[in-house]
Design a protein around this ligand. Structure first.
Ligand code: ADP
Length: 604
């Protein structure tokens, strides 16, 4: 993804994203959002009130020394001082309380938005590297960063209003002081704005490298990749790559920190000197009787507050610019539209399972090559079709199109005579039971691993799950698990892991848990030994119950039993017929079969 934006583009992205976040905040809970704003507003005026009260208190104490009548006025100011302290405590706690609640709601809302949107996207999206980038960034703790952005924005707003109120007080004492203050603040503000923008630009252009870093970390730390990484002794190489990128960031950051340190140091010293001279001037004015002693309190309180506000605001501002980047990622993610334009609305009932492909041509989104070319085939209801061919021939692609995970670039696929484009997607998926090469190993109980095939019905029907397990012939191994069907499988949350073959049988049970009219099996027996494979195929025949079956297999013992065998080569169907028909043709099938046989003879 191109992240080399001009300054102006970055600025408009910044504004757009700030607005986006405000929109999300509003939609999350307008009441909580407004409560936090309300308490922030109260807090922003309290310091100015307190500084003024301190002035009046001092002046009233001095007056009361000469004239006891002023004592009641003194009590009034003490009361106001106490009131403002109570109000401050209340507003601080109230803001905290509502901000925490708002923060929780916001995180929930953003996480839900991300998950719901991801679920609405099609599988084809996940092929795109650009989309993977966006997804990766959207997953990256984004809800937390956005909640942080809102908190910081409101704190910044509080500081700005507080500064305005305090400057207002100083105008009352002496407008010239304000001019002096503004004189030193403006260059500092400009300096920090530039610093913030530089940090933002740096971070903006680092995203690609950060992804590499997260990839290195995941290779090193994830269970799936760890074994091979360790055996290849890749950790030193990966750590070095990581370190190299990290050092690049550290060096860039060091320059930025140094500039920030020098700038802030110059500002603080200049501010302290200016404040000192203004203080001398105020004291001389008090001694001359032009200003009151209380004005010194106003001045000291206001000056300290101002310096503190400026420093804090500039820090918050830099953080805000970083957080806004995350909002950009979120916006980009939420704006992504599914690649597959599937607008079908028809729902299917009583599906027989007839499939008809007419002149289907397909290329993967974003690629140039037709991986399927003019494929035509009619599969009768209840037929068993085996697809064979060399690697890369297009077998899995064809099956993915049949399952409507992608749509043909040209041509059409019909299910019981209705074009799949016209059928509602969930209605198509409902009709398909599948076992893919890359089946999932759910970190769930054995029963749940089966029930997920039709979770709405089966999660609560344990008896039905047991029946399915019995049909698939896996009761023995499940009964031998420490807690039987309730054993938590997978090592992330439990202690029991299964062999590849056992996981595969569970996946098969899950496929049969679906009441679907079409069964798709992609290498169903790849992790099984020949004996287990034989059992599986026998079981499968019994269970199939007349469902249309399409399977991809490299094992000819499995393939031979199909009603028809479709032979694919370079994206085309080159042969089609029963085993004996194809053997007599002496074509690609016979050649592949002969190779397979020789291989097994050698093994024997
Ligand atoms: P087979 O299952 O016969 O081994 P596939 O259907 O997996 O073959 O692949 C057919 C062709 O499509 C191959 O050239 C492969 O590189 C390409 N291909 C597969 N998946 C994708 C994808 N997601 N994006 C782009 N090209 C792909």
């Amino acid at each position: 993804m191109n992240r080399d934006f001009s300054q102006r583009q970055r600025f408009s992205i910044l504004i757009k994203n700030a607005l986006l976040i405000t929109g999300i905040a509003w939609r999350t809970s307008a009441i909580l959002f407004l409560s936090v704003i309300g308490f922030s507003l109260i807090l922003s005026f309290i310091p100015a009130i307190q500084v003024w009260v301190a002035r009046e208190l001092i002046n009233t104490v001095i007056a009361a020394l000469d004239d006891p009548d002023n004592q009641s006025k003194l009590i009034l100011w003490i009361g106001i001082s106490l009131g403002s302290a109570v109000l401050q405590a209340f507003a601080t706690l109230g803001r905290q309380y509502f901000m925490r609640r708002f923060d929780d709601m916001l995180r929930l809302k953003i996480s839900m938005d991300i998950m719901t949107h991801a679920a609405s996207l099609d599988v084809a999206m996940f092929d795109s590297g650009m989309f993977q980038d966006t997804l990766e960034r959207a997953r990256n703790n984004i809800a937390f960063r956005i909640a942080h952005f809102i908190d910081d924005s409101l704190r910044l707003l509080t500081f700005i209003l507080e500064t305005v109120a305090i400057v207002g007080l100083l105008v009352v004492i002496q407008p010239l002081i304000v001019l002096v203050m503004i004189g030193i603040t403006i260059p500092y503000g400009i300096f920090y704005w530039r610093q913030g923008k530089a940090a933002y630009a740096l971070e903006y252009n680092r995203v690609e490298k950060r992804r590499w870093m997260s990839y290195y970390t995941s290779l090193l730390l994830s269970r799936e990749s760890m074994t091979e990484v360790k055996l290849l002794n890749l950790p030193p190489h990966l750590i070095q790559q990581y370190e190299c990128l990290m050092h690049e960031f550290i060096n860039q950051d060091r320059k930025l920190y140094t500039r920030r340190f020098i700038g802030s140091f110059v500002f603080s010293i200049t501010f302290a000197i200016v404040i000192f001279f203004v203080m001398l001037w105020i004291i001389s004015q008090v001694l001359a009787g032009i200003l009151t002693v209380g004005d010194i309190a106003v001045y000291v309180g206001a000056a300290n507050r101002l310096r503190n506000n400026l420093e804090q605001s500039s820090q918050i501002f830099t953080g805000l610019l970083e957080d806004v980047l995350y909002a950009h990622d979120l916006a980009q993610f939420l704006e992504t539209k599914p690649i597959m334009e599937h607008e079908g609305t028809q729902t299917l009932t009583n599906v027989q399972g007839e499939i008809e492909l007419s002149n289907v041509t397909f290329k993967y989104p974003g690629t140039e090559k037709d991986v399927l070319q003019n494929v035509s085939l009619t599969i009768k209801p209840g037929e068993i079709i085996a697809i064979v061919g060399k690697n890369g021939a297009g077998k899995s692609t064809l099956v993915k199109l049949l399952a409507c995970l992608y749509q043909p670039t040209k041509g059409d696929i019909r299910l019981d005579g209705v074009s799949m484009r016209e059928i509602e997607l969930t209605s198509i998926y409902r009709q398909i039971a599948f076992m893919l090469q890359t089946y999932n190993r759910y970190e769930a109980t054995a029963a749940e691993n089966i029930a997920y095939g039709d979770w709405v019905k089966l999660l609560t029907q344990t008896d039905k799950v047991r029946d399915i397990a019995k049909d698939v012939g896996i009761t023995d191994f499940i009964d031998n698990l420490p807690q039987g069907y309730d054993t938590q499988l997978g090592r992330r949350f439990g202690d029991v892991d299964l062999s590849g073959g056992q996981w595969q049988k569970l996946a098969l049970a899950r496929a049969f848990a679906r009441e679907a009219s079409i069964v798709i099996l992609d290498e169903p027996s790849s992790s099984l030994d020949p004996m287990a494979e034989h059992q599986l195929i026998e079981q499968f025949r019994k269970l199939r119950n007349g469902r249309t079956t399409i399977m991809i297999s490299h094992r000819f013992s499995t393939v031979k039993g199909a009603d028809r065998i479709v032979v694919m080569d370079e994206g085309k169907i080159v042969e089609c017929g029963s085993h004996s028909e194809l053997m007599s043709q002496v074509g690609l099938y016979a050649e592949l079969y002969e190779l397979h046989r020789q291989h097994f003879d050698m093994e024997e």
